[in-house]
Design a protein around this ligand. Structure first.
Ligand code: NAD
Length: 323
C-alpha cells in the first residue's frame, strides 16, 4: 500500500481520491493552523511514496533524501513551485507537479476584488462606518477613483494575467497593455491589447498595474524604487503573484511619498511577516495570501494534486509534471 504524506490538512476531496485508490494517507494534523516544521516533514516523508507539499515549505535535498528510496513524486498544492529545488528532484528521479488552471478564475477574481477595493477605498470606508464616523452624506466623503475605461497594465499574460485582462476589457471597458516574453498576437486582436517589450515601457501608460509572473531570479524585485518612479503618481499596483517580486520596503516608501497612489497586495516578501509601515498606511489593502482561497478552488486543487500522485504511482506521466 503506497504511503502519501500530506504536510498539512487540506480540503478532503483529494484525500478521499487517494484513499479510494488504496493509498495510506498520513496527514500532519499538528500543522492545521501553523506551518509544518522541517522535523515533521523529515519524519513524515520517511518511507513515503508521495509527498503532498504546501507552498510555504522549502522542499530541499535533505527532505528529498529522507524520502528515498521510495519517494517518487512531490505534488505541490499550488501553481507556483519556487519552494521546490527542481534540479535536486530531477537528479533523484523524483517527479514534481503543481496545480495550475483550477485556480485561475479565483485568483483573477481576487485580483479584481483588490483593484476595485483600493480604487473605491472599500477597506477605509468599512473601518470608517464601523467606527461610527458616518454622520452625514458628504459630497467629498472618501472620494475614490473609477476603474472603468482606465488603462490596465498586465505584467505576465499567462493563465491568470490573461483572465484579469479579460475581466478588465469585458467588464470594465479597460484598455490593456501587457508585457510577457511570449507575445500573444491572437489575444491582442481579440481584446485590443497593446504589447510592450518590457515592464519599463508599460509603467507610464497605466492607471492600474497587476503582476502575474512567476518568482524567478529574473523577476525578483522586478518592482523596485526605480520602477515605482516610472509609474503615474495616480496609479495603483496590485500583486497577487509572489511577494519577492516587489521590493516591499521600496513599495512602502513609494506609498508614503506619493510616488504612486495606492497598492493592494496578497503576497509578501517574507511571509508571514509584513513590512510594518505597510500596516499603518491607508492607501494599501493587504490580504494574507488568499487569492485562491475559495471552497471550490481549494477542493479542486486537492483533487488535482491527488490525481498527479495517482498517475505517477501508476507509472504514467502526471498531467501537471513540471519539466
Ligand atoms: P503562467 O505560467 O500561466 O503565467 C505566467 C506568465 O508570466 C507567463 O506567460 C510567462 O511567460 C510570464 N513571464 C515570465 N517572466 C516574465 C517577465 N519577466 N515579465 C513578464 N512576463 C513574464 O502562470 P499563472 O497560472 O498565470 O500564475 C502566475 C503566478 O501567480 C504563479 O507563478 C504563482 O506564483 C502566482 N499565484 C499566486 C496565487 C496566490 O494565491 N496569490 C495563486 C496562484 C498563482
Amino acid at each position: 500500500m503506497p504511503k502519501i504524506f500530506v504536510t498539512r490538512p487540506i480540503p478532503d476531496s483529494g484525500i478521499k481520491l487517494l484513499q479510494e485508490k488504496g493509498c495510506e494517507v498520513v496527514i500532519n494534523e499538528a500543522a492545521r493552523d501553523r506551518v509544518a516544521t522541517k522535523e515533521e516533514i523529515l519524519a513524515g516523508v520517511k518511507d513515503a511514496d508521495g509527498l503532498l507539499s504546501i507552498l510555504t515549505e522549502k522542499i530541499d535535498t535533505e527532505i528529498m533524501d529522507a524520502g528515498l528510496p521510495n519517494l517518487k513524486i512531490i505534488a505541490n498544492y499550488a501553481v507556483g513551485f519556487d519552494n521546490i529545488d527542481l534540479e535536486a528532484a530531477k537528479q533523484r528521479n523524483i517527479l514534481v507537479t503543481n496545480t495550475p488552471g483550477v485556480l485561475t478564475n479565483t485568483v483573477a477574481e481576487h485580483t479584481f476584488a483588490l483593484m476595485l477595493a483600493i480604487a473605491h477605498r472599500i477597506a477605509e470606508a468599512d473601518k470608517f462606518s464601523k467606527a461610527g464616523m458616518y454622520r452625514a452624506w458628504g459630497p467629498e466623503l472618501l472620494l475614490g477613483t473609477d476603474v472603468s475605461g482606465k488603462t490596465l497594465g498586465v505584467v505576465g499574460l499567462g493563465r491568470i494575467g490573461s483572465r484579469v485582462a479579460y475581466h478588465g476589457v469585458k467588464g470594465f471597458d479597460m484598455k490593456v497593455v501587457y508585457c510577457d516574453p511570449n507575445r500573444n498576437e491572437e489575444f491582442e486582436k481579440e481584446f485590443g491589447a497593446q504589447y510592450v517589450a518590457n515592464v519599463e515601457e508599460m509603467l507610464s501608460l497605466c492607471d492600474f498595474v497587476s503582476i502575474h509572473v512567476p518568482l524567478l531570479d529574473s523577476t525578483k524585485h522586478l518592482f523596485n524604487e526605480a520602477r515605482f518612479k516610472l509609474m503615474k503618481p495616480t496609479a495603483y499596483l496590485i500583486n497577487t503573484s509572489r511577494g519577492p517580486i516587489v521590493d516591499e520596503q521600496a513599495l512602502a516608501n513609494a506609498l508614503k511619498k506619493g510616488t504612486i497612489k495606492g497598492a493592494a497586495i496578497d503576497v509578501f516578501e517574507n511571509e508571514p511577516e509584513i513590512t510594518p509601515e505597510l500596516k499603518d498606511l491607508e492607501n494599501v489593502i493587504l490580504t494574507p495570501h488568499i487569492a485562491s482561497a475559495t471552497e471550490e478552488t481549494r477542493q479542486a486543487m486537492s483533487r488535482l494534486a491527488a490525481e498527479n500522485i495517482i498517475e505517477a504511482l501508476e507509472g504514467r506521466v502526471p498531467p501537471n509534471l513540471i519539466k
